[in-house]
Write a protein of this length. Structure first.
Length: 375
């Protein structure tokens, strides 16, 4: 049996409401959640970092607020989310503490993973948390997200988080044990597909529409999520979550579908920075900085000689040598105005010059791709 988590550096696990909350009673399924947290602790023990994307706030909150069953108005579900999210976070914090792990609540809206500046902030905060050994527990910020700015379902939120963070595995814990050639509830001849290497039109057709008996989010949203994550170099594992210790169950042979990405997360991110994003400005750097970059280091403000263009923090910029050769592309940690003020200055001076303490680097090496051949 192959360990699907072998060698994983960062695993994102998406947990659906129906797993966490007992539908009839509206209560948290604590024993199950404890078994999931034990699995997460084991993954961390094995060297992986873990981020959870957890639903459940609305399902928990509706009972707390005495809301009726059935469809809720938008403001009712937002109120339910507000009440339920506290309980959800409390449960995670409490259960993880039993494993010596700190849980940290992060509520995101769509713009946080899309808009360049907010994306950089969300990414930096999550990176800091996982580097400190904590397990971020993410949900959509339901109380402020209106219809237009919603992810809508946590499958997609999970995929965006996986892609933003460069995760190498995304686990979608679901009420089905994988992708089938047709809806197995409707078609007894439906066959399970253990492995998918590309989201082809045939695969999309198998997912059907999002309603069917496949639970909230539906198979279509799982396939959309898989496409987003695979594009970022992340393998996606779709498995049934209702079993105890669902992550170990996968490794013990529980049926699942694995969607395999063709690139590594690092290669996919480099392709995105160098090939997809439009450069909004140019930084001209000195020879010492050119050497530092080609040695794999970050670009510090000290090495910058000239700043051109009107870019914002988080925008892509081209890095050139003084004789005009393109050396690299990357995401700027400061907008053009601030970049000009700190160009040529030492990192320790940034705070005094700008009046706030931003990043130490102008472009962090994780956000930088060498593009000049032979450099
Ligand atoms: N964010 C919602 C909640 O916590 C759930 C969204 C979903 O499950 O896709 O209740």
């Amino acid at each position: 049996m192959t360990d699907v988590f072998a060698g994983a550096r960062l695993v994102v696990v998406k947990v659906g409401s129906s797993l966490l909350v007992d539908g009839a009673k509206g209560e948290l399924r604590r024993a199950w959640l404890t078994s999931l947290c034990a699995d997460v602790a084991a993954l961390k023990q094995a060297g992986a970092k873990v981020i959870l994307v957890s639903s459940g706030s609305i399902a928990l909150g509706r009972r707390l607020l005495g809301l009726p069953s059935g469809a809720l108005r938008l403001e009712e579900s937002q109120a339910a989310a507000a009440a339920g999210q506290v309980r959800l976070a409390e449960a995670y914090a409490d259960i993880f503490a039993g494993f010596g792990i700190v849980a940290a609540q992060v509520l995101l809206t769509f713009g946080d993973t899309e808009e360049r500046r907010r994306y950089l902030n969300a990414r930096a905060t999550l990176t800091t948390l996982i580097d400190l050994g904590a397990v971020p527990v993410i949900n959509e910020n339901d109380t402020v997200a209106t219809a237009e700015i919603r992810f809508g379902d946590n499958d997609r939120l999970g995929a965006r988080v996986a892609s933003m963070m460069g995760a190498d595995r995304l686990v979608l814990l679901s009420d089905v044990d994988g992708l089938y050639t047709a809806d197995p509830g409707l078609d007894p001849a439906a066959a399970h597909i253990p492995e998918v290497t590309a989201i082809t039109p045939e695969i999309e057709a198998m997912a059907g529409d999002s309603i069917s008996g496949f639970g909230r989010g539906g198979m279509a949203s799982k396939v959309i999520a898989a496409r987003i994550a695979m594009g970022a170099g992340c393998d996606v594992i779709l498995a049934r979550g209702a079993v105890e210790a669902p992550l170990s169950a996968i490794n013990k042979g529980a049926r699942h579908t694995i969607f395999r990405a063709s690139l590594t997360p690092a290669a996919a991110r480099k392709r995105w920075i160098a090939g997809v994003l439009r450069a909004e400005g140019v930084l001209v750097i000195d020879d010492g900085a050119v050497r530092a970059l080609t040695d794999g280091k970050s670009l510090l403000p000290a090495g910058i000689r000239q700043v051109d263009g009107r870019f914002e923090r988080g925008d892509a910029v081209v890095v050139k040598s003084r004789d005009g050769r393109e050396i690299a592309r990357g995401l700027a940690a400061y907008g053009a105005t601030d970049a000009e003020r700190i160009a040529g200055k030492r990192t320790v001076e940034i705070e005094a010059i700008l009046g706030y303490r931003g990043r130490d680097e102008m472009i962090h090496r994780d956000d930088l791709v060498l593009t000049g051949n032979g450099q």
